[in-house]
Design a protein around this ligand. Structure first.
Ligand code: SF4
Length: 429
């Protein structure tokens, strides 16, 4: 059968949809790049914000408009509001997060021998990625008051190291030159084992026991990182990029959010990272308009964001998620004010991004090419990401898609750096 998979939201959802796609492939199904071509559509939904729910709903509605298609909805929104999804159409199957790994079992292909050794290759369609997203844990034991994800995902459960190592080897066998570790609370990996382990242990094992050329860590809650953590960057295979969600630069708001950090501790983590890797790209998330956020808290937050010199930041306009403690807090900020604050913060992040990028003009970066298009003059136009998460554009006489090349950066144009290729760093062909 022809299968289309898609996901909304975080890298964890992307990682899960890549695994579901791989299982369909193993069972002998064909993956297609457009929903309109499919017999089966699987959508991994998200509920982190009202917008994520609206996007999930839109995608499911679009899928059920196709004739003769089986639509399966899973993920956080499906977990939290299964009835609401089922009401959209009686043709939708809603599958809980716990059962999503078994989705493929209901579509056996007669006579096909499942191949456990099949390499993991990119998912066709909009979710096509050269980087392999590897899920290493699920759930979270913290109680941030705004967070619906921990309610949808339950308690923290780490994947055994052997499983993670196998998954990375499998991705490398499929041609991946970069693995991205993902989880709901990645920095808590191993805390639920006896004896407990830490993320540092897992990364060391990956670097020692796999050949993946590049390893990236996705969002890390800025606590649980042990003293050895930043020493890992002595190995050049780890990308010089960390994402530390701050959520607010006001201690009063952080406390109200139930975060396990404050500005001083957060600044300490940033300082530790820069002590080892001065040019580390550090990105973050901020929620604007959290209940009770007054102008003075927002100003404090803006100043702290400026002081941290982030490489980039995502700004989320607060939207109350039913079932979370924050939804019951007094002090709602009017939507127009949330919009104004979000706009101001976005311009600070835009300036910071520009400053950070400018610092690499004249230097050399290793770039993994994520897209390649042949131009009329026969040259390939390449776009990719450096290890420190900068968008780089270049040209080549050959197609270098999914390869890592060294590029000398010449100039900056909007959010991209333009450069000249000076050599191959890693080719899997
Ligand atoms: S640590 Fe992250 S996943 Fe856990 S409750 Fe807080 S925001 Fe949610």
């Amino acid at each position: 059968m022809r299968v289309y998979v898609d996901s909304i939201g975080c890298r964890l959802n992307q990682s899960e949809i890549e695994s579901i796609a791989a299982r369909f492939r193993e069972q002998g199904h064909e993956l297609v790049d457009r929903l309109e071509k499919a017999d089966i559509v699987v959508i991994n939904t998200c509920a982190v914000t009202g917008k994520a729910v609206a996007d999930s709903r839109r995608l499911i509605r679009h899928a059920v408009h196709q004739e003769d298609v089986t639509v399966i909805a899973t993920g956080c929104w499906a977990e939290l509001e299964p009835q609401e999804i089922a009401r959209l159409s009686e043709r939708i199957q809603v599958v809980s997060n716990q059962d999503k790994a078994k989705i493929t079992e209901q579509f056996p292909v007669s006579g096909h021998q499942p191949s456990v050794a099949a390499a993991r290759t990119p998912v066709p369609g909009d979710r096509f990625r050269t980087r392999a997203f590897i899920k290493v844990q699920d759930g979270c034991d913290n109680h941030c008051t705004f967070c619906i994800t921990r309610i949808a995902r339950g308690r923290a459960v780490s994947s055994p190291a052997t499983e993670v190592l196998r998954d990375i080897e499998w991705a490398a066998a499929g041609g991946a030159n970069e693995a991205v570790l993902t989880g709901v609370n990645l920095s808590s990996w191993g805390k639920d084992f006896t004896p407990a382990l830490g993320l540092t242990d897992l990364v060391e094992m990956i670097l020692d026991q796999t050949d993946i050329p590049r390893l990236r860590l996705s969002s890390l809650e800025p606590w649980n990182l042990d003293e050895r953590f930043f020493d890992l960057w002595e190995n050049p295979r780890i990308c010089r990029h960390i994402h530390l969600p701050l959520q607010s630069g006001s201690d009063w708001i952080l406390k109200r959010m139930g975060r396990l950090t404050d500005c001083k501790q957060f600044a300490g983590v940033v300082e530790s990272a820069r002590r080892i890797v001065p040019e580390m790209a550090i990105s973050t998330d901020i929620i604007t308009g959290f209940p009770g956020e007054e102008e003075r808290h927002f100003e404090e937050s803006m100043q702290f964001v400026r002081d941290m010199r982030f490489e980039s930041g995502h700004v989320f306009a607060y939207s109350p998620r039913p079932g979370t403690p924050a939804a019951l807090l007094p002090g709602r900020v009017p939507p127009a004010e949330i919009k104004r604050r979000s706009g101001l913060l976005r311009s600070v992040f835009a300036e910071q991004g520009c400053d950070y990028r400018r610092g690499f003009i004249g230097s050399e970066l290793d770039v993994l090419w994520e897209s390649s298009v042949k131009g009329n003059n026969g040259e390939w136009q390449l776009k990719g990401l450096s290890d420190n998460y900068l968008r780089v554009v270049s040209v080549s006489s050959t197609d270098r898609w999914n390869q890592i090349d060294r590029v000398r950066i010449g100039r900056m144009e909007k959010e991209c750096l333009l450069g000249t290729m000076i050599g191959k760093v890693h080719s899997s062909w």
